[in-house]
Design a protein around this ligand. Structure first.
Ligand code: GLC
Length: 814
């Protein structure tokens, strides 16, 4: 229903008493279908549009509306679509997208967003709602008692943002604490959900310094404030948390499919100081049979910390090193910080060519701004100019030619040393020179929060220009909403402490809800004391189930690679890394799903089971848990440093223990921690594709593809595969196959759907591994009995089949 029809008014009238009078009064046909609703009073202008029926955009301006431009939401995603029904009464306008209803009060100018059942999603707090405050504004919103809030990127604190206050101002926060704020990114998006699991989304597209106060300053009032910039926000209808995440992705974009190798194990250190050291790490990984895909070189591979140089004394044959690593199945990711050394007349090409092209950020007097960072005095490309991004992308040419796999954009808040603000002065001048924007100068106060994202955009797009059929891998530290279109990210300079390990779960989960699928933290902790063997082991175990899995640590610490602390610890760590590689078909499938839907790979339990939101403050005991995709639930201890027993609550019954393969009784389990075991459970109804162990994703697996079937309701799974590196999938060179199972009475049918795409599988045999069996079952295929094996320990029936591209089903008589 696109606008206010008689039927809607009748239904709504029963539900929405007050506004409804206005609607009913106009049910005779005076509603006007429009694309854009505009209301003006006392110099204030309010505009309502619907980029989708389930997303409303609200813009408010003084005298005139703000410029309709955005770094986060591309023009086609924010353009009004469809029509809005508008009904006017004496005191309000009611604007209806078909899914959402907005009420604009003509007296107070309060804007209320409701769903079609009349439930307020976003309503002004009592008293004044929107107040302009100098160049900025404050928006005061009601916070229902049962509402919980998530998102805002990887902020510290508990999973739920309620009662917290958060500033969005990209900050290089070395060795932050569990309550430090602000950190490296600004994602002004949150997901609100009530105890029934009904959710909505809110995104303020404003990259000035902003603050989100969820009832800390004013109890039960959510205050969103900004120091400048537009009142330009979007409300997403949900109604499920999953819907909200997908609606947000429809606005700001889904993360493009990463190269497969980026999902392998990554080893990094500030810094491996020489070619010999890097090659030594690679050799040791292979000698110790630690599966791995990526090594990093941090700032010390450079000549005097100058970006886009190589210290040829320490790395005499960089290209040879890259090739050698490739032959060992390893990709190199190099740090390339944005601060260009201010080194005139020294033959330092990035400074010379950047100066000639005049692309550096300026002081107010027109001179180039410089500030100290790793190379000493440095200058900063002005990434809000398309020409500067183009120039930046060019800098990668030689490295790409060498076969370097990916690039790491660090310090891009931007970080500036020796000043209290840790960044550029607010009055330095950026230039917006960009299709879709009015060309003008903008202060750093305006551009700060978006600067890091534009740096990663420049890298991503530059790499695409240099190698158009290769999926770029960019890791960025700073970002803004929409930055998931260009880069993976991590949580910055954490500490080797148990509380940081615990913190990482809520940080990563909230980051995932905020649009970024490719997320990780420094496994083992970046700074601080050397992690204890137990801490590093536990961190590797949990990291094995995070989307990005990177062990990285600072200078001045003893080695933190997998093999430190002796063979016993190494064996446990290896086991978890190996399991990740066995799970790679499932993990890669999640990445591909994310590239289409925006759903995060690592998820809070409530994303799959919104009912847990009603259970209690810690969401039915799931606060410290997370899910990897829809099927795996990881349940670390809420007090990871302690050996005390803890309760694990599962969202329902019939789950399986991932490690034993056996069904667990009930939904409340008592776990006695043991270092070698990280509790992981499988959803009843999951079908998980697994592969034989490999040492890197470059190595074709030898042996069968296994489909691990865990019978239960809604039984399904899928497989996605392609060459892992190119865009061939967009030309049809992929493999996609769906699976399902159905139990009725004494029969379980496992169905395989017909395969799509032209990519050739690496397997010729398919093993069904059906869990929850007793060994007495009989399997049949096309009416003929199949040979089976029963694995007593895991209670699974193993059925070996030839690979099947067409639709097929196997009947198991129980
Ligand atoms: C920053 C980064 C860290 C890196 C270091 C040196 O602190 O966050 O990961 O190792 O700089 O480049």
């Amino acid at each position: 229903m696109k606008y206010c029809t008689e039927l809607f008014c009748h239904l709504a009238g029963m539900l929405l008493a007050g506004l409804l009078a206005s609607c009913a009064a106009h049910a005779t046909g005076s509603e006007t279908p429009v694309q854009r609703y505009l209301y003006q009073k006392d110099g204030v202008q309010i505009e309502i549009t619907a980029p989708r029926a389930d997303v409303m955009r609200v813009r408010v301006g003084r005298e005139h509306l703000p410029e309709d431009s955005s770094w986060a939401v591309p023009p086609n995603a924010r353009a009004p679509k469809g029509t809005l029904g508008v009904a006017e009464s004496g005191s309000a306008s009611v604007i209806d997208s078909g899914t959402l209803v907005v009420r604009v009060d003509h007296n107070s100018l309060a804007v209320t967003v409701m769903d079609r059942n009349g439930r307020d999603l976003l309503a002004g707090a009592a008293g004044q709602e929107l107040r302009f405050d100098g160049a900025g504004f404050r928006l005061r919103l009601a916070m229902p008692l049962d509402a919980h809030y998530f998102g805002l990127g990887d902020k510290t604190g508990p999973l739920d943002r309620r009662d917290g206050s958060f500033t969005l101002w990209n900050t290089d926060h070395f060795a932050y604490g569990p309550a430090s704020d602000p950190l490296y990114k600004s994602i002004p998006f949150f997901l609100g959900a009530n105890e029934k699991g009904e959710a909505f989304g809110f995104f303020l597209d404003n990259h000035w310094r902003t603050n989100f106060d969820f009832g800390k300053a004013e109890r039960d009032t959510l205050v969103v404030s900004a120091e400048g910039g537009p009142v330009d926000y979007y409300v997403m209808a949900g109604p499920t948390p999953r819907d909200v995440v997908m609606q947000y992705a429809a606005l700001t974009g889904a993360p493009p499919l990463a190269p497969l190798w980026a999902l392998g194990f990554q080893q990094s250190h500030w810094s491996y100081m020489s070619q010999t050291e890097v090659e030594g790490i690679a050799d040791r990984l292979r000698a110790d049979r630690i599966p791995a895909d990526v090594l990093y070189t941090d700032i010390d591979y450079q000549d005097r910390n100058r970006p886009f140089t190589i210290n040829t004394k320490a790395f005499p044959d960089f290209a040879g090193m890259v090739a050698k690593l490739r032959a060992q199945g390893l990709h190199l990711v190099m740090i390339t910080d944005l601060h260009v050394a201010k080194a005139p007349d020294q033959g330092y090409a990035p400074y010379d060519s950047g100066s000639a092209a005049d692309i550096f950020v300026k002081n107010r007097d027109g001179s180039v701004f410089s500030g100290p960072v790793w190379p000493g005095p440095a200058v900063f490309p002005d990434f809000s100019r398309a020409v500067a991004r183009q120039w930046w992308g060019e800098q990668y040419r030689d490295f790409v030619k060498m076969g370097v796999g990916g690039f790491w954009n660090d310090m891009n808040e931007p970080s500036v040393f020796k000043v209290r603000s840790k960044t550029m002065p607010l009055n330095v001048v950026h230039r917006i020179e960009e299709p879709g924007f009015v060309t003008r100068n903008a202060s750093h106060a305006e551009m700060h929060n978006v600067y890091g994202m534009l740096n990663s955009q420049a890298t991503y797009e530059g790499l695409l220009r240099l190698a158009p059929d290769q999926r770029p891998f960019v890791l960025t530290r700073a970002s803004y909403a929409g930055g998931q279109r260009y880069a993976a990210t991590w949580t910055g300079d954490n500490l080797s402490r148990w509380d940081h390990l615990k913190l990482s779960v809520s940080m990563l989960v909230n980051m995932g809800l905020s649009g970024f699928a490719y997320i990780g933290d420094d496994i083992g902790g970046f700074a601080g004391e050397h992690p204890s063997p137990e801490l590093l082991t536990r961190w590797i175990e949990i990291g094995a189930f995070n989307p990005i899995f990177r062990d990285h640590y600072s200078y001045g610490k003893p080695a933190q690679e997998v093999w430190v602390d002796g063979v016993e610890q190494e064996a446990i760590r290896r086991h978890y890394i190996e399991e990740r590689y066995r799970l790679m078909p499932y993990i890669y499938g999640l990445a591909e799903e994310s590239s289409r839907s925006g759903l995060p790979m690592m998820r809070p339990v409530f994303l799959e089971y919104p009912q847990v939101l009603g259970d209690s403050d810690d969401f039915g005991g799931t606060q410290d848990q997370f899910m990897l995709g829809p099927d795996l639930l990881v349940a670390p201890s809420p007090t990871p440093e302690s050996q005390a027993r803890y309760d694990i609550k599962l969202p329902g019954e019939g789950w399986f223990d991932y490690w034993t393969g056996r069904r667990v009784e009930g939904s409340k389990l008592a776990e006695t921690p043991s270092l070698a075991r990280l509790p992981v459970y499988v959803r009843p109804g999951a079908i998980i594709p697994k592969q034989p162990l490999v040492q890197s994703t470059s190595e074709p697996p030898q042996g069968p593809l296994t489909l691990a079937v865990y019978p239960g309701a809604d039984c399904r799974g899928s497989l996605y595969l392609d060459d892992g590196v190119s865009f061939g999938y967009a030309r049809g060179n992929y493999l996609r196959q769906g699976f399902s199972c159905q139990q009725s009475g004494a029969e379980l049918i496992v169905s395989i759907a017909a395969r799509q795409g032209s990519y050739r599988p690496w397997w010729s045999q398919l093993n069904l591994e059906v869990h929850g069996m007793n060994g007495k079952e009989i399997a049949e295929f096309k009416g003929k009995r199949l040979a089976t094996r029963f694995d007593k320990e895991s209670g699974s029936l193993i059925i070996e089949l030839p690979d099947m591209a067409g639709a097929a089903s196997v009947k198991i008589r129980l």
